[in-house]
Design a binder for this molecule. Structure first.
Ligand code: ARG
Ligand code: GLU
Length: 722
């Protein structure tokens, strides 16, 4: 056993002994399912009634077999033995949108397949089941010696990982494997997935339910969003992955969730099983300071400019509102999250606390192999900062111009088609270009893009120092005099600003490419600058940081043997557990942990797009026709439960994750976190960090009572009577 592993195991063992000691923070953490035996005692103390084997087993069906990575950034769960799958509405959003047209606006009106024949295939959508995960640290580091540089080490890791992946996937179709670093490369795990690609849309509520509250309520509690959609996985006759075919049959999962109608109360045990994407819990103070004091505030300011411009035009007209709704949601989502994150980090004094901790660590490290690690990290972060800053600015300014992104993507295909000698390939590329152009122009409104260009590029000029600007940028700006003049020239002379001009240019076969087009030139110049002057430096410094972080991580485990260390999220399957809890966002306020239909009725407003509920829901409320999906609220009224919050440590990627009760039954679908707790990707505050889940009873209520798709309930298994 390698030294690293011994340390990690020792840390894991001591965390079991000291679980009680860490009680205050015990709900923090996203745990590896294969190592859940190290946490199971704590889980059971808190109410969980199943075993580690029930959560994860490679010998028999376990809960993990009912959880999937949905696409490449969400989670989903199986709820029938015929492949029925639940995820969020916002996770299925682009699929729902692709099937929508003016005649069938499934985004607006919802969609329900009343028979299996009506379920809609989705090209490009996959779901992945985790077959198994396994510690491969020794195999990955075979041939590595401590004298090697970080880049030599990288090569060893890559080569060994490649072999492991090849070996693991040799056996069958649909197998996909990855090797992932944990604890900054102190440990490596192989993850083997079985990936299904025939996944069909079964149902989605109208956006007035699935996206109720829109961006106004996003990241907020109290929440009333019915954020779910339903899909079905199809397989070949042998239950194996197969591309879409009419011959395919519903997939028969090894395991699916039973559904509990028992509901939740404050204090109840909950557990979220899913794929969190990225956290940075062990980042040193300088890294946290950069995010909370520099990067987030600048990115927020830049997005505020774009959002204001979008809003101005979206408010003025229905057509533009539809065109920009999805783009606007994307820009607004992180924008709002970052604001909560900055506030949370400042409130917790994380930078100062980490500085103190680092000081203590440095003293302890004197004379050990960890001496100097923190000091060197600190100076590397100093070197990195201007490059990170330039990268952030590039990402939120030049890179965000729609015209430019489109021009670059299109021109790449055009160039390839001009150089290709295969008529098939050319035809394929032509088709792709046509589709690309149609998609782009359908949702493109020049005034928004043009005004955003002026606003964000002026900010780039103001806030980035001259030595971090591309020469091209400086020269052009001097030539044009003002950003306005530059924008005029771009949108007047680029063929990409005009679909007809672009079509003509594409059809004139003399062209080799549109590389001289001003939009392409703008994009190329920035891309070039970034690739040549910024990225190589960030890459080099970051690889030194990774190397030191690996030591720092190990050092921290030795320095604080009683502290519990869980690996940062990296889109691999994790278990987070906690309990249903309200919270106090500010002095004098306490938020209760459950919301109900009464709150939807309070927010209902036909005048406001985000709060205009379907008439059917109003009628059901008036008639109190709730079926079995009810709770009695604190005033004694019978109503329908909608959402609840709990202390589970989740992150982006956990959207759509099953929320499970003490008996392993499904009680909800995770879809968000509360705004005051969004710093949990960096630092977790048990008083403020809450995940937001949809109550499964609201999901069933919508399917049954609002959508009239009660036939779907027939294939689900329920625990309590309904
Ligand atoms: N905040 C949630 C997440 O991070 C939901 C985002 C989708 N909803 C929205 N209104 N933009 O993905
Ligand atoms: N909505 C997020 C997602 O799409 C989950 C919320 C979070 O970041 O916790 O993954």
């Amino acid at each position: 056993m390698s030294r690293t592993l011994k340390t990690l195991t020792a840390a894991a063992a001591s965390c079991m002994l000291s679980a009680a000691f860490f009680d205050a923070h015990a709900d923090e953490g996203m745990w590896l399912p294969s190592l859940i035996s190290q946490r199971i005692e704590d889980m059971q103390t808190k109410g969980f009634r199943l075993t580690a084997e029930d959560i994860y087993s490679i010998n028999s069906a376990s809960l993990k077999d009912a959880v999937v990575l949905f696409g490449r950034g969400c989670t989903g769960e199986l709820i029938s033995d015929e492949g029925l799958l639940l995820t969020n509405h916002h996770c299925g959003y682009s699929q729902i949108q692709k099937h929508s047209s003016v005649e069938h606006d499934y985004l607006r009106d919802g969609f329900w397949a009343m028979t299996r024949d009506e379920e809609l295939p989705n090209e490009g959508l996959t779901v992945s089941f985790l077959e198994r995960m396994e510690d491969v640290t020794d195999a990955v580091l075979q041939g590595y010696s401590h004298e090697m540089t970080e880049s030599q080490r990288d090569s060893v890791v890559k080569a060994n990982s490649g072999k492991l992946v090849e070996k693991a996937t040799a056996g069958g179709n649909g197998l996909r494997a990855t090797v992932e670093a944990l604890y900054y490369g102190n440990q490596y795990f192989l993850f083997l997935y079985r990936e299904y690609s025939d996944v069909r849309l079964v149902g989605a509520p109208p956006s007035s339910i699935g996206k109720f509250g829109g961006d106004t309520d996003n990241w907020m509690w109290p929440r009333h969003t019915g954020d779910f959609s339903i899909f079905r996985i199809y397989a070949d006759r042998d239950n194996n992955p197969a591309p879409y075919s009419e011959e395919n049959v519903p997939y028969r999962p090894k395991r699916h969730f039973r559904i509990s109608l028992g509901g939740v109360e404050e204090g109840n045990f909950t557990f979220v099983y899913g794929f969190p994407g990225r956290t940075q819990e062990y980042l040193m103070s300088e890294g946290v300071r950069y995010i909370s004091e520099v990067s987030d505030p600048h990115r927020i300011a830049l997005r505020t400019m774009r959002l204001d411009i979008q809003k101005k035009y979206m408010d003025a007209g229905q057509a533009v509102r539809i065109q920009y709704s999805s783009k606007n949601a994307g820009v607004a989502n992180s924008w709002k999250k970052w604001q909560g994150e900055v506030k949370g980090i400042r409130k917790m004094g994380t930078v100062g606390k980490k500085q103190e901790y680092e000081k203590a660590f440095m003293e302890w490290a004197r004379g050990t192999e960890y001496e100097g690690v923190v000091e060197r990290l600190d100076s590397l972060y100093g070197l990195l900062e201007p490059y990170s800053y330039a990268t952030d600015y590039y990402g939120e300014t030049a890179y965000s111009i729609e015209l430019v992104r489109f021009a670059l993507g299109y021109n790449k295909k055009l160039t390839e088609s001009m150089l290709s000698s295969s008529t098939d390939r050319i035809a394929e590329l032509r088709k792709e270009m046509k589709k690309m152009a149609a998609d782009f122009y359908k949702d493109y409104f020049i005034p928004i893009d043009r005004e955003s260009f002026v606003a964000v590029m002026e900010a780039f000029d103001r806030n980035v120092t001259d030595d971090f600007k591309p020469e091209y940028f400086k020269e052009s700006l001097t030539r044009y005099g003002t950003m306005e003049a530059w924008a005029d020239s771009l949108w007047n002379s680029s063929v990409f600003a005009d679909s007809l001009k672009l079509k003509k240019a594409t059809d004139s076969l003399r062209l080799l490419s549109l590389s001289e087009d001003p939009a392409v030139k703008f994009g190329d110049a920035f891309d070039d600058w970034y690739k040549k002057e910024i990225r190589p430096v960030t890459k080099r410094i970051n690889s030194e940081i990774t190397l030191l972080n690996r030591d720092y991580m190990r050092g921290q485990m030795e320095f604080s043997p009683d502290r519990v260390f869980y690996p940062d999220a990296n889109l691999t399957l994790r278990v987070a557990y906690g309990s249903v809890q309200g919270y106090s966002p500010a002095d004098g306020i306490y938020y209760k942990p459950v919301s109900t239909l009464e709150g939807i009725m309070e927010k209902d407003n036909p005048e406001i797009f985000d709060y205009n509920i379907p008439q059917r829901l109003r009628e059901i409320h008036a008639a109190k026709d709730y079926g079995p999906y009810t709770v009695t609220d604190s005033k004694g009224n019978i109503t329908v439960p909608v959402c609840f919050i709990a202390t589970n440590h989740t992150s982006g990627g956990n959207s759509g994750s099953p929320v499970i009760n003490a008996d392993g039954d499904l009680i909800g679908i995770n879809f968000d976190r509360v705004w005051e707790g969004t710093m949990s990707d960096i630092v977790f505050d048990p008083d403020l960090c809450r995940n937001i889940s949809l109550d499964i009873r609201y999901v069933l209520f919508i399917i049954d009572k609002v959508a009239g798709a009660g036939h779907l309930l027939e294939e689900m298994d329920f625990v309590s009577e309904r």
